[in-house]
Design a protein around this ligand. Structure first.
Ligand SMILES: CC(C)(COP(=O)(O)OP(=O)(O)OC[C@H]1O[C@@H](n2cnc3c(N)ncnc32)[C@H](O)[C@@H]1OP(=O)(O)O)[C@@H](O)C(=O)NCCC(=O)NCCS
Length: 371
């Protein structure tokens, strides 16, 4: 008898040379390189290039890649008008989804070609930077701008958002973009692959990914973890909150547990470093102290069952200290996934070219006649 695999669990749909994960040992690598080392020593553009093209760029290639991203930072007037027409209270990720879908409408006579798709990647990275920066600005009641290009993607992005950026925040943003760039094929990347496997254009595939990212089972954990710290309020209240809500209230501890990891998520190390470095105000320090106490309590209670802190536990503290409000966290996650998703799309379409089309087993009534 045929069997189904709910959630496509344990179904493999592609070979990949992009991301390696060992969930028991807490190891994660991009094309063989340790994730935390990349975050410390490389840059978002160089790691994107590595993911997309299989090797690091030389300095001339890196400069060209940056120049091409920077020459695509201006959004078309119709995209700006769409943004202006949306209420300030709109969901940031929903706004990104709308802009990507609108941009896909430009792909009027799109016909898949490996060369054209690869050539389009820097354009997409530039456009998405400008979309996310302007979404942030509009939600803050600010004006839409054409971002000025700076030395790195992260600096261009932060200056477009805030008009300023210091060295530590730029480095923290760059590390976050690298750490979140790829994680094999979660729901959002899979949604992009389904669309790309029909040989649709890359903006449509990205819009599909962002649509899947919106649900609370996927993209929203950094926001959920941060709201949990706010709800607790201070380190002294952790024990009672944990007993009332997690042990007796049967709520799940957000930022804990993972389908793949049975130990600490390796990306935590770098996020924690930047949380320590950037938390400066009394409120930020209090949230960080609350998070640390909660982590200690959570590991004591769940560690023996292989449930440990995941990356979303500390990433929100970093995004907040960089200057973003909580309701932008998932969209920042979306921004950082773009080059990883594009790398998976190109890898899939170029090597397998197979339409993703699973089956369902029919269990409805047999033949019936209309009266
Ligand atoms: C991420 C997550 C969905 C993965 O879960 P999963 O591998 O599908 O594991 P399950 O949901 O089957 O849970 C297995 C057991 O661990 C428990 N568990 C898993 N994560 C838990 C958490 N964060 N808090 C409390 N209990 C947890 C479950 O209650 C379940 O217990 P049971 O066997 O007694 O019923 C889950 O850990 C979770 O909900 N975490 C909180 C949300 C979060 O941080 N998401 C970000 C993921 S990157």
């Amino acid at each position: 008898m045929e069997e189904i695999s709910p959630g496509l669990e344990n179904v493999y749909i592609k070979y990949t040379e992009l991301t390696y994960i060992d969930g028991n040992k807490g190891i994660m690598r991009y094309r063989g390189y340790d994730i935390n080392e990349l975050a410390e020593k490389s840059s978002f553009e160089a790691v994107s290039y590595l993911m997309l093209f299989g090797r690091f760029p030389d300095s001339k290639e890196l400069m060209e890649f940056r120049d091409r991203i920077n020459s695509n930072l201006v959004l078309a007037d119709y995209l700006k008008n769409i943004l202006l027409a949306m209420p300030e209270k709109s969901d940031a990720l929903g706004m990104l989804q709308t802009l990507l879908s609108a941009k896909a409408s430009e792909e009027l006579n799109y016909k898949y070609s490996k060369e054209n798709d690869r050539d389009k990647i820097p354009e997409i990275l530039g456009q998405v930077l400008s979309m996310v920066a302007n979404i942030y600005r509009i939600k803050e009641g600010d004006s839409i701008i054409d971002p000025d290009p700076y030395e790195t993607y992260s600096e261009t992005f932060l200056r477009a958002c805030f008009g300023k950026a210091d060295k530590n925040r730029i480095k923290a943003m760059d590390s976050a973009l690298i750490l979140y760039m790829d994680h094999e094929i979660p729901a959002s990347t899979t949604a992009a692959l389904v669309t790309a496997s029909t040989l649709s254009d890359m903006y449509s595939a990205l819009a599909s990914a962002v649509t899947a990212l919106r649900g609370p089972l996927h993209g929203g954990a950094a926001e959920g973890a941060y709201r949990q710290f706010l709800e607790i309020g201070s380190p002294e209240k952790v024990d009672k909150w944990f007993n009332d809500n997690i042990i007796n209230g049967k709520r799940r501890l957000v930022g804990f547990g993972h389908r793949v990891y049975r130990t600490y998520d390796p990306r935590l190390k770098t996020f924690k470093k930047y949380a320590d470095m950037l938390a400066a105000t009394n409120e930020e320090k209090n949230i960080l102290a609350t998070a640390k106490k909660l982590e200690e309590t959570g590991v004591k209670a769940f560690g023996s069952r292989g449930i440990y802190t995941n990356t979303d536990f500390y990433s929100g503290i970093v995004f907040k200290a960089i200057g973003f409000p909580v309701d932008m966290f998932t969209t920042l996650f979306g921004l950082s996934r773009v080059s990883g998703i594009l790398a998976h799309i190109t890898e899939y379409v170029e090597t397998q070219e197979r339409l993703i089309r699973p089956r369902a087993i029919y269990r409805g009534p047999g033949e019936r006649k209309l009266e």
